[in-house]
Write a protein that binds this ligand. Sequence first.
Ligand code: NDP
Length: 468
Amino acid sequence: SHSQIGLIGLGTMGAMLALNIAEKGFDIAVFNRTTSVTKTFHENAGGLASKITPCETIEALVHAIAKPRAIILMVPAGDPVDQQIAALRDYLDPDDLIIDAGNANFHDTDRRAAEAAKAGPRFLGIGVSGGEEGARNGPAIMGGGEQQDWDRVAPVLTAIAAKFDGTPCAGFMGKGGSGHFVKAVHNGIEYADMEMIAEIYGVMRDGMKMSAQDCGDAFAKWDEGPLKSYLIEISGKVARTADPESGKPMLDIILDRAGQKGTGRWTVIEAQHLAAPVPVIEAAVMARNLSARLEARKQGQDLFGSAPEALPEGTLSADDPEHALIAGKILCYAQGFEMLRSANAPFDWDLPLPEIALIWRDGCIIRSAMLDDMARALTEAPERNLMYAPYFAALLKTHHAALRKMVSVAATYGLAVPALSMALSYFDTMRTERGTANMIQGQRDFFGAHGFERTDRDGTDFHGPWAM
Ligand code: NDP
């Protein structure tokens, strides 16, 4: 029993994580439900094989690990996690530690943490982002549970995490499901970021008649400016890749129906529970759902016609797409961080917003240069909406006109840009001191005697003398 850590689930993520852990010098014991997978994994581990102990049973895995034990689960979220915890309970001591590194719904993590607190073994829920490549070479890691349990495995987790200027992209978020909650919001932002890029691509493709190659060149250029990010980088690469068979751009032959595993939806559902406005994320989830309605969209096009062939020359300037995306991105992240903040009171957390921005700078899918600036703004004033931080306010002042132009041109010509539209609506709402909820309150008082506040007097329960 010399292994310092164990891992269950040698699928895409688990296998890469195990190699990463072994490479950082830790002895690791591994188990997979299907034994042949464990064997193949170990045979292909090359120089790292000596650090890895392949186990054919859970019992053997447990015995291979030094006490107090720590075992990472990398199996699909939901029942498989509960099954593995139940199986491990038979062999683990109360002070052993189970670490769920999959994409658990944070409510499940809360429940598992509460169960663990009663009877052990101990439990930590960690959000791991970065996909297969991140798991192998350095993911971003957001941990939740008991601080002492995090501290116990922090040496391993910070060693395998991505590093930004030497700082590990791994951190402790708080108790219970907080790590998985932060990971879910990360994924929600990821959906929104991807959708806005896709919408801008759509305007360039359908409105500006740019080829996939031209779009790819544009993305590559933006990747050298304020939008520098993994998602812009890979969007450029996707757009520039040709299908080896037909020679056509890959983008032109990929069906416009997007998959999802549900973490974006969880974010939106949770945002609704928290009354946290994340309209850009909501639009992104909606867009993925509508993307599945291929037949209906065809019917709609036959019935109503599609957008015109091209925008009139000069409708949009070459810089508008980039500038609109800068504004949209700031507004989307502002919403995401506000959502994180709004979870603190109801869940009794104290989510470290500046640290979350620091963690997201590398390793994860939404890693970007802008997150470094966001970390700075959140460190300066943790309670301030990012859109009001001087650096981002200045960018918004310069670029909201481009976002407005993009959305209005798209509306005029019939191009769908739901996420960008929501970003703009959020911006306009958040810079309007006198909004229109006075009418809502008038209506509510009219039909339900709900009462309203007045601008000219103190008090909360005024009623109208409504004209009949
Ligand atoms: P895979 O489908 O590649 O692998 C799943 C693994 O879990 C396999 O080893 C499988 O074993 C095992 N497994 C499945 N069901 C059970 C069960 N009931 N009991 C025991 N073992 C089981 O999944 P991923 O590696 O992609 O994902 C794992 C987790 O990581 C998920 O929660 C996912 O959401 C999350 N994640 C995935 C990312 C990605 O980019 N793929 C990114 C971040 C998080 P067997 O070989 O026997 O089938």
